[in-house]
Design a protein. Structure first.
Length: 140
């Protein structure tokens, strides 16, 4: 199964970085460095201390989360495996396939999470109740 077709999986991606005296440049390319064509980009920032984001899964959407500033934890669950990953380097992103419950927490002050998405926004793609997610994950 190709990475772009996998479900219930996640992995870290290290993006190429050009380091120079004047600073660093990291680049991302859809369908090359990111395992899908990018259809949407959004970012999460100004998260209050102790607040949590996400708390849902997607039926079809795939994402890459990139900590362009600061750090945060991503709690992942595919119904049979759970893992918490800390993202703190702007050249390392987290690829999350469809059918993974995710929660983003422990944002550092000034943290910015850029999210690259494989589809346009579709509310019907969201699973917002954890018990519903577990039941649907078992069927797949």
């Amino acid at each position: 199964m190709r990475d772009s077709e996998a479900q219930g999986h996640w992995r870290l991606i290290e993006f190429p970085t050009i380091e120079q005296f004047e600073g660093c440049l990291t680049f991302l390319e859809g369908a090359r460095l990111v395992p899908f064509e990018i259809k949407r980009v959004y970012y999460i920032y100004s998260v209050p201390l102790g607040a949590m984001r996400s708390g849902h899964a997607h039926r079809n959407l795939k994402q890459v989360l990139v900590p362009v500033a600061g750090s945060f934890n991503v709690v992942l669950d595919n119904g049979s495996r759970k893992e918490t990953i800390t993202l703190a380097q702007p050249h390392v992103g987290l690829s999350v396939s469809k059918m993974v419950w995710r929660r983003i927490e422990a944002f550092s002050s000034g943290a910015v999470c850029v999210v690259l998405a494989s589809t346009h926004y579709d509310e019907a793609d969201y699973i917002r109740n954890y018990d519903d997610f577990i039941a649907e994950a078992k069927l797949r």
